[in-house]
Design a protein around this ligand. Structure first.
Ligand SMILES: *Cc1c(COP(=O)(O)O)cnc(C)c1O
Length: 421
């Protein structure tokens, strides 16, 4: 039977006896506490460890912001509040979420094309920074600020002429709905300053999900140079520069983890040799999936085990309505397997990383969800320990763009439970 490899299980997940453990407790224990499957479990220990790795690798003067859209669960936001320097939001709904967590809006910046007037007003009133995406949005922000008697805090999101190479999602370079084309930034910045807004600097986001340290290092060098050049052209210092992020995590077979140490070394060198225009500028990175992606596991239960034309299906109570990305329907061209395991047999060799022809060596199965659509796949032709009805399947890398980026209403099964441990 032909086998397709599954993705790499992130470090830090151990077995207690035969069972997968998350935060020192077995998956079945956590499901019992939640009272249901499917369940997303997010691990504090993983969040803490990832932040500690970043702080150790990166220069101290570079702040770390959390991009809330990666995982807006209230307990995750509240825990990130203890770890990161700032928060990047992309809607007034996310503003409400960070305010509910008691986060000072002075630590919050709001990017995203198509901000409505009511969203701009809420952010200006709260004192959050607007990362303005167009001249029109800047004009509306200034007018709203005048109407409510509060100077808006405005940074400009730049659409740079370069992008993060190998980025999973391109968000800079050429025509884009995001940001203001670099050559138009100086005029807009001067106008913002002249009209009495509080000038907050620049936001330059070049891409997402990059695993190549070289690509990130190159993009960050380009960002610093562009920011220095724009600052000179504007004729005013940049109070702040959001340098973007784009740090990726390995999801698929053959993906290799980002070499964080290399990125850190390059950033130290950049800091030692910073363009004069940026000496006083507050610098930050904005990261989403790198902070939370590997900290989450999606657990679902096998409801049925059946064979069709010689192919074994493990049919679970989970699916793409919770974990769209694992099904291969969220921004991927070719479907590949996320890291998956049978939580009740986690001590067994991770056979699933093997690809090729395995004869009778293991149980080659298709793990699918419970939705009535052939799109609802969680793992194809995966070599896993023998699993049966009642066993739990674990899908890893579920901490970012899982619960909040999946169509939970589709087919009426309802949302998954979520838990921070
Ligand atoms: C989505 C987004 C992020 C987070 O991206 P990740 O790939 O999760 O790190 C950061 N900044 C902006 C502007 C975004 O749109």
């Amino acid at each position: 039977m032909k086998v397709k490899a599954v993705g790499p299980i992130p470090p830090g997940y151990d077995a207690i006896g035969a069972k997968l453990a998350i935060g020192g407790r077995t998956a079945s224990d956590l499901v019992a506490q939640a009272g249901k499957t499917p369940l997303f479990v997010y691990s504090r220990a993983h969040l803490d460890r990832r932040m500690a790795e970043l702080r150790a690798a990166l220069p101290a003067r570079i702040g770390i912001n959390y991009a809330v859209k990666a995982n807006p669960h209230p307990d995750v936001i509240a825990h990130m509040e203890t770890l990161v320097d700032g928060f990047d939001i992309a809607s007034s709904g996310e503003l409400v979420m960070v305010q509910a967590a008691g986060i000072d809006p002075a630590r919050v910046s709001f990017a995203g094309p198509g901000k409505r007037d009511d969203e701009l007003e809420a952010a200006i009133a709260a004192g959050a920074t607007l990362n303005c995406e167009s001249e029109g949005e800047a004009a509306r922000s200034i007018a709203i600020g005048q109407r409510i008697g509060k100077a808006p805090r405005i940074a400009i999101r730049v659409n740079p002429d370069f992008e993060l190479k190998g980025s999973g999602m391109k968000m800079g370079g050429g025509a884009k709905p995001f940001g203001v084309d670099a050559e138009r930034v100086p005029a807009l910045a001067r106008q913002i300053i002249d009209e009495g807004a509080e000038w907050r600097g620049l936001h330059i986001f070049t891409g997402s999900q990059a695993l190549s340290a070289d690509a990130i290092i190159e993009a960050q060098g380009n960002v610093l140079n562009l920011a220095a050049k724009l600052s000179d052209e504007i004729g005013a210092a940049l109070p702040k520069l959001n340098m973007g992020g784009g740090f990726g995590i390995p999801y698929f077979p053959n993906d290799e983890a980002l070499d964080l140490a290399a990125v850190g070394r390059a950033l130290h060198e950049y800091m030692d040799d910073l363009p004069g225009a940026l000496i006083e500028t507050e610098l930050c990175l904005e990261l989403g999936r790198y902070l939370v992606g590997e900290a989450g596991v999606y657990l679902c239960r096998i409801i049925d085990r059946k064979v069709s034309h010689g192919t074994t299906y493990l049919i679970t109570d989970g699916g793409l309505h919770h974990q769209l990305a694992a099904s291969g329907n969220f921004g991927t061209v070719v479907r590949r397997n996320y890291p998956v395991a049978i939580a009740s047999h986690f001590d067994t060799e991770p056979l699933g990383s093997v690809a090729g022809d395995v004869g009778d060596a293991g149980d080659v199965v298709n793990v699918v969800g419970c939705l009535c659509t052939p799109l609802d796949r969680l793992a194809d032709q995966a070599l896993l320990p023998r699993a049966d009805v009642g066993d739990l399947v674990a899908v890893f890398c579920a901490g970012a763009y899982g619960a909040s980026a999946s169509p939970a209403d589709f087919l009426g099964h309802g949302p998954a439970a979520q838990m921070l441990v």
